[in-house]
Design a protein around this ligand. Structure first.
Ligand code: CAA
Length: 380
């Protein structure tokens, strides 16, 4: 597979790198400490086109390919994984979902605001008792003729408090199981829609994760996405692409930690020489570099599959499974290379280590990726 990046790809990668260094680095430790959402920074990401990269230009999107998006995700995640998850959910779950399956009216009303960052979106599938087991939706959306009435609770929703528009998955007809599930666009502020408490998290602490409560929320029929019963397929299709974005996030977290460890190993001296001259450290860096390169190939390959309109369920799941493991392994080793300083916040690697863990959990745990992979490879 040819991964030669075009001039345009390189420009996008460099623009994301420059933005992350100039706008995200300063303040990233404070935002993590205080669990503060990067509001101003996300606004700038919208202005620069990072929030609707793949969406149609007629609705304000960048019309770019998935590889461009992955390159930008990687660079932004090297510095601030909290900002990159906002970017990932908005781009690959919300904008892509609406652009691909929304009506022209839905795109005009919602997508055109989401692509520019005027509004932020959230994707609401998980529930207290339906995390990995996504078909077991307890939230209901009862058909009342010209509208639906939604009741239930969603959990661990990224951008939960800061979003304006929420894509909500709910069960309309339980007898039909997953074929009775629908997806809806719900606006913040609608009667009966309550934002629950914010989660106090191990990592990606700058991102805004909430539970959401729906009490008889009236949703007009024109806000349903796709045909009646399309909601579960909508969620699965959208998540398959979302997993490529999270794989790129994991890759960026790993690469960011590796770059810091490499730099530190050239500066820090022990036993009379820079620590890079000790094989104990040099071999760690060799392992880190090798696993990051392997993860990068899987992530770019999944992006290429999506861009070439090939099935990307398998390649996306493999990319996420492997890159998230690499993110965990590399960040732990980066802390070790830093020794005592690695345990201190100002060296950044401890934050990257905490941030890495979520990439093995959200948008499908590693175990879910293995279900997707094993089903794909065993089906024939
Ligand atoms: N594309 C299209 N259709 C798909 C699909 C895909 N990738 N995957 C499944 N489907 C369809 C199947 O074809 C099937 O439809 P038919 O009956 O018409 O054939 C239907 O969906 C049900 O599929 P399964 O029988 O395979 O369903 P399952 O119950 O065995 O579950 C699963 C499959 C892969 C485990 C799925 O439940 C899953 O992905 N779970 C994890 C959910 C998840 O990722 N949650 C993350 C929450 S979102 C989040 O984290 C966002 C955030 O805030 C950061």
């Amino acid at each position: 597979m040819d991964f030669n990046l075009s001039e345009e790809h390189l420009m996008i990668r460099d623009a994301a790198r420059d933005f992350a260094k100039a706008e995200l680095l300063e303040g990233v430790i404070e935002r993590d400490n205080e669990q503060r959402f990067p509001k101003e920074e996300v606004k700038k990401m919208g202005e620069l086109g990072f929030l609707g990269m793949m969406a149609s230009p007629e609705y304000g999107g960048g019309g770019m390919d998935t590889l461009s998006y992955v390159l930008a995700m990687e660079e932004i995640s090297k510095i601030d994984a909290s900002a990159s998850v906002v970017m990932s959910v908005n781009n690959s779950l919300v904008c892509w979902g609406l652009d691909t399956y929304g009506t022209p009216e839905q795109k005009e009303k919602y997508l055109s605001k989401l692509t520019t960052g005027e509004s932020i979106g959230a994707f609401c599938l998980s529930e207290p008792e339906a995390g990995s087991d996504a078909t077991s939706q307890r939230t209901t959306a009862i058909d009342k003729g010209d509208h639906y009435v939604i009741n239930g609770t969603k959990n661990w929703i990224t951008n939960g408090g800061t979003s304006d528009f929420y894509l909500v998955i709910a069960q309309t007809d339980r007898e039909k199981k997953h074929k009775g599930i629908n997806a809806f666009i719900v606006e913040k502020g609608w009667e009966g829609f309550e934002i629950g408490p914010k989660e106090d998290k191990l990592g990606i602490r700058g991102s805004d994760t909430h539970s959401l409560i729906f009490n008889d929320v009236k949703v007009p029929k024109e806000n349903r996405i796709g045909e009646d019963g399309f909601g579960f397929k909508f969620a699965m299709k959208t998540l398959a692409g979302g997993r490529i974005g999270i794989a790129a996030q994991a890759l960026g977290i790993a690469a960011g930690a590796y770059e810091l460890a490499k730099k530190y190993s050239k500066e820090r001296k022990a036993f009379g020489t820079e620590i890079m001259n000790h094989q104990a450290i040099a071999f760690k860096l060799a392992d880190m570099h090798t696993s990051i390169e392997a993860a990068r190939m899987l992530v770019y390959r999944a992006a290429r599959d999506k861009d070439n309109h090939e099935n990307y369920d398998l390649s996306g799941a493999m990319a996420k499974l492997y890159a998230s493991q690499v993110a965990m392994d590399v960040t732990v080793e980066a802390v070790q290379v830093h020794g005592g300083n690695g345990f201190v916040k100002e060296y950044h690697v401890e934050r990257l280590m905490r941030d890495a863990k979520i990439t093995q959990i959200y948008e499908g745990t590693s175990e879910i990726q293995k279900i997707v992979i094993s089903r794909a490879i065993l089906k024939d």
